[in-house]
Design a protein around this ligand. Structure first.
Ligand code: ATP
Length: 782
């Protein structure tokens, strides 16, 4: 049992603007920054009057200042907890702080750079690395991801449900058994056999979380999220199984209702958040008071779920995230005060061991049989009748298996039957004699030579096995690279076709998002388990399903999406990541080539027949092979790390894409609704009238004004034909005239639209295509 108080750490978020000097200071204790002093400026009126205290001091296990990166935070906070989870103890890390103070950044990570990976992906990486190293135990890992919003639990990982809102996700409820153990009904557990599978689950949960967000429910801010790694370990042949859980918790923003200044639905949410955080505080106060018999865990879902983590069987760590800007000082002080109370809670973590009943029954049955046999021998219970043919045959088989078994501990089990025991001795003697007769024809020197060669052969066999394994791995990686290259070429070909199509024909809408999809090949072509491949294939369709986008967009919508994408604030990050991804791919390719080279060298050396006796040539050969093997291993490790990075980057890009599409859909729907309202009084739409309201980008993403008139979203000015020298047909002339007339400097003409969004888009797409045909005719005749 390990008795420990909850460990508290503080992390200060980098400030955007320059803050007044001396708003806080960090003192070192035994070379570690452990004491934080917050100085309240004298002019600060909100909440702190001048005659109040000016400075507040708080102690932490360690404080991470603005310049601390994600790696340092992981190494110092999460790694020790992950180690105790690997040893069989429960662990919890939770981030607490006001909205925007960096909880999600610390727990999950930033969505822009690979180096911004937070505690969850780094912990997964670390745990799977350790599991791979430890071959003494059999491990199984499961993942669950729970979101608690307004006191209701939702399963973020159920792939059976297509969520477009939080209410579509399966609801999770709490059940308590007579021993007061908490069970979460409807929370799915997913096995992850590799880091990649676990990261896919994290991605799936985060995407569901993002999709479920609406402007009314900024889930990330207003909900608590608990990502749990369930680890089971067992030693082969041993009936004891160890279970450990690691909760990684991103709590809702801790600001007070008064400060949020919200009403309606948001006020309800704020109250729920405040209530659940209030209950968390109540539990913590109760736990920090000695001799308190009743701890009010049951008051809220979050405290019920984290019951063990707070004052129970768990190694718990809290990260107080602080945004030490002038306007956030009061919230930062209250976060620190909360942390000080948390630090008083003592937990008693025990190894969660239990005996697997099936293994225990088998062990006991064996023991009973052995005891019965012993008893039969001791009591002299003898059988005299002769053994049957079948029994003799069975015994011979047992003897053969016993002789062939390489395990020195293996036993020949024939039971307490002296007839069988005698027959076994008799049969063994026969085998030995037969061997002796045959053996005499073999020369003594040859036997000696064979003895020398035996270990060499074994070593050679082992190396060949490893080589075969690595060969397979390299083939898989090379195939992945080839596929990626082909995909990139296809994408290039497709985009050039699209460009020429949009210039000349504009006849068929292009499926959206092709440019990002290309990068998925590596992931989807990676050999994984059935479950993983189902997840990988789930992801691309998730982009459509979850954002509610159709697989194919109308031409107008496609054009609007392209412009929206181009002007979106995230486009620079997406481009940057694409570049990094490309770079990593070429690095991986180069590395794969070097690995192939090293492998062939090892192969050549191993193909040379080894001399029968050890000699200098063999020694040289051996050391060369060893050298190559070392080089090969290092490169292979590097390639694996690159693969993880590439996969992570792809996940980041997928996430950005889902976000982009979702924002586009929201914006599109909003604009369409507004215009529908405006057009309700006049069914005919004024095509290019400047008075017609144009689509506007959301404020934050707006760089250039978009000229996308009415719901069709087609920029007609872009598609107007250039002056033409040939005479168009009558039909073409009238169509052309109707469009020409709609130019801003001419009297506006109207094109009747149906009011149905899709039909209108199609009508306008048709007009656009016709215009292009006209334009091409013009160009052709010129
Ligand atoms: N240590 C840090 N370094 C760089 N950027 C950070 C850091 N901490 C937070 N940020 C950035 O600040 C912003 C807000 O952070 P984050 O979303 O993690 O806050 P939060 O506390 O989780 O907020 P919420 O309660 O709304 O979920 C994000 O853009 C994030 O990238």
């Amino acid at each position: 049992m390990v008795k420990q108080t909850i460990q508290i750490f503080a992390r200060v978020k980098p400030t955007v603007r320059k803050q007044p000097q001396g708003i806080y200071s960090i003192e070192e204790d035994e070379k570690l920054p452990t004491s934080l002093e917050i100085i309240v400026p004298r002019d600060l009126a909100d909440g702190f009057v001048n005659n109040k205290r000016e400075s507040y001091k708080f102690k932490f296990q360690r404080i991470f200042d603005q310049d601390a990166n994600q790696e340092i935070v992981f190494e110092n906070i999460a790694k020790p907890v992950a180690e105790s989870v690997l040893a069989g103890y429960n662990g919890t890390i939770f981030a607490y702080g006001q909205t925007g103070s960096g909880k999600t950044f610390t727990i999950t990570g930033g969505a822009e750079r690979y180096s911004d990976r937070g505690i969850i992906p780094r912990t997964l990486s670390y745990i799977f690395e350790q599991l791979q190293k430890d071959s003494s135990k059999i491990y199984t890992t499961h993942i669950s991801y729970l979101e608690i919003y307004n006191e209701c639990g939702y399963d973020l990982l159920d792939p059976r449900h297509e969520a477009s809102g939080l209410e579509d996700l399966p609801k999770v409820t709490i059940l308590e058994d007579p021993d007061q153990n908490i069970h979460l009904k409807n929370l799915s557990l997913h096995q992850a056999t590799t880091e990649e599978e676990a990261l896919n689950l994290l991605f799936l949960g985060d995407t569901n979380r993002m999709i479920a967000e609406t402007p009314m429910n900024q889930a990330s801010t207003r909900s608590h999220c608990i990502f749990t790694i369930h680890l089971t370990s067992k030693q082969p042949g041993c009936a004891t199984v160890r279970h450990a859980k690691l909760h990684l918790v991103d709590l809702a923003g801790s600001e007070r209702v008064a400060k949020t200044g919200v009403g309606g639905q948001l006020l309800t949410e704020a109250k729920y958040i405040n209530l659940s955080l209030h209950y968390l505080e109540q539990v913590i106060i109760a736990l920090s008071e000695k001799h308190r018999l009743h701890i009010p865990y049951r008051n809220s879902m979050m405290t019920s779920v984290l019951r063990d983590s707070l004052g129970g069987n768990c190694m718990t760590t809290m990260i107080a995230t602080l945004s030490l800007e002038k306007r956030n000082i009061d919230e930062s002080i209250s976060t620190c005060r909360f942390a000080q109370r948390v630090a008083l809670i003592k937990n008693e973590a025990v190894l969660n061991e239990e005996v697997d009943p099936r293994l225990e029954i088998a062990r006991l049955q064996k023991e009973i049989q052995e005891l019965k046999d012993e008893l039969a021998i001791v009591t002299g219970e003898m059988r005299t009748e002769a053994l049957t043919e079948a029994e003799l045959l069975q015994l011979e088989k047992l003897i053969t298996a016993f002789l062939e078994d390489q395990d020195p501990e293996s036993r020949l089990e024939v039971g307490a039957d002296m007839r069988k025991i005698h027959y076994c001795f008799h049969h063994l003697k026969k085998i030995l004699n037969d061997k002796k007769i045959h053996g005499s024809t073999v020369g003594l020197s040859e036997i000696k030579g064979q003895e020398c060669q035996e270990p060499l052969r074994e070593e050679y066999k082992k190396l060949q096995g490893i080589l075969q394994q690595r060969d397979n791995e390299i083939n898989i990686l090379v195939n992945m690279l080839k596929k990626e290259k082909k995909k990139a070429q296809d994408a290039l070909h497709l985009s050039s076709m699209n460009r020429s199509e949009s210039r000349h024909s504009q006849s068929s809408p292009v499926p959206h998002g092709g440019n990002l999809e290309g990068s998925r090949t590596l992931l989807s072509s990676t050999p994984t388990t059935a479950q993983d491949s189902s997840l990988s294939s789930y992801r691309p369709s998730l982009l459509h399903r979850k954002t509610g986008m159709r697989e194919e967009m109308s031409l107008g919508r496609q054009e609007a999406f392209e412009i929206f994408k181009r002007d979106h604030a995230d486009s620079v990050t997406i481009e940057d990541n694409k570049q990094i991804l490309k770079q990593r791919f070429s690095e991986a390719k180069a590395l794969a080539e070097s690995i192939n080279e090293a492998r062939s060298k090892i192969g050549i050396s191993e193909n040379i027949a080894l001399p029968k006796m050890q000699d200098p040539l063999e020694e040289k050969l051996r050391s060369q092979v060893e050298e190559e093997k070392k080089r090969y291993k290092t490169m292979f490790k590097h390639l694996k790390a690159l693969k993880v990075e590439i996969e992570h980057l792809q996940l980041i890009m997928d996430k950005a894409k889902v976000k982009l599409q979702k924002e586009f859909e929201d914006w599109w729907t909003e604009e369409a609704t507004t215009l529908q309202d405006q057009q309700a009084n006049s069914p005919a739409v004024n095509f290019l009238d400047h008075r017609t309201p144009s689509f506007q980008m959301p404020e934050s993403q707006h760089r250039e004004p978009l000229l996308l008139p009415n719901r069709s979203n087609v920029n007609i000015r872009k598609i107007l034909p250039s002056p033409c020298l040939i005479q168009p047909s009558q039909e073409e002339s009238s169509l052309s005239a109707s469009l020409e007339n709609s130019a801003p400097d001419r009297p506006a003409s109207s094109i009747p639209l149906t009011g149905d969004r899709q039909t209108d888009s199609d009508i306008l797409a048709f007009i656009k295509a016709r215009q292009n045909v006209l334009q091409r005719k013009c160009l052709g005749s010129n």
